[in-house]
Design a protein around this ligand. Structure first.
Ligand code: SF4
Length: 245
């Protein structure tokens, strides 16, 4: 099932989405929504199918603008967006022991695992396939992302899971051309220098010529900038480096 990352053989994002929606029942496939790419996918998917399942991770640490943006997308496309939240007891325990900003001291993995990965894992256990906005040129950890892959981080031999990345071969410029041409809603933080937007304490605006993910976990090295949503990118990219978006 897993393809190789090959721009020459990439299909159009719409063709990939059409294929995905024809293979999986509407209640078994969902779009993971957080960034600009994901709204492009929602825009394309809304033109292909009537029943669209969309979820978003609310870590409790998002920018106010992001919460407003989620509601804007919900209203613009008339789609239900399932907002996934972390287990409050696990968050309480971590914060009680280590405070609200432990990620600056000992890395983002533990906090991301509680606030993102566990809610995501529960959701993915109800699906056969999920659709993401990953692109190969987003970071050094994503250069080998194919359009279609077995998700080895969240799937198992008994319960395989497919991860579909229709925009794998698109550049940031193509994404933004689509957003402008089709008047797709986008997070207003993008107009203030934020290129890749995550949680408020772990995201900052980037300067001219900085890489688009340079503003994510800026205190950590580039090869570790995955939060675990796409953990297989770490293994593929750097066999010797353990990383967890
Ligand atoms: S991005 Fe930062 S605040 Fe958000 S879950 Fe990860 S470590 Fe925690």
């Amino acid at each position: 099932m897993t393809q190789t990352a090959d721009s020459a053989n990439d299909r159009s994002p719409q063709a990939v989405l059409e294929d995905a929606f024809s293979r999986f029942a509407p209640d078994r496939i969902a779009i993971s929504f957080s960034g600009a790419e994901d709204v492009v996918l929602i825009d394309m998917a809304a033109q292909l199918v009537d029943e669209l399942q969309v979820f978003s991770l609310d870590t409790g640490r998002l920018h106010p603008e992001t919460y407003t943006f989620i509601e804007q997308v919900r209203e613009h496309y008339g789609v239900d967006i399932e907002v996934l939240m972390p287990d409050p007891e696990e968050v309480n325990e971590m914060v009680r022991k280590k405070g609200l900003f432990s990620f600056y001291r000992d890395g983002h993995q533990e906090c991301c695992a509680i606030r993102k990965i566990q809610p995501l894992r529960k959701k993915l256990a109800t699906l056969d396939a999920w659709i993401t906005g990953q692109r190969r040129d987003q970071s050094v950890t994503r250069t080998e992302v194919p359009q279609w892959q077995d998700d080895q981080a969240f799937g198992t031999a008994e319960r395989p899971l497919v991860k579909v990345n229709p925009l794998a071969g698109w550049s940031s410029a193509q994404v933004w051309q689509y957003i402008r041409n089709e008047q797709v809603p986008y997070n207003p933080l993008h107009d203030r220098g934020f290129l890749s937007i995550g949680c408020e304490p772990c995201t900052r605006a980037v300067g001219p010529h900085e890489h688009e993910r340079a503003g994510r976990w800026w205190w950590e090295e580039a090869t570790r900038k995955e939060c675990g949503l796409h953990a297989e990118n770490l293994a593929a990219e750097t066999q010797s480096v353990r990383i967890i978006e």
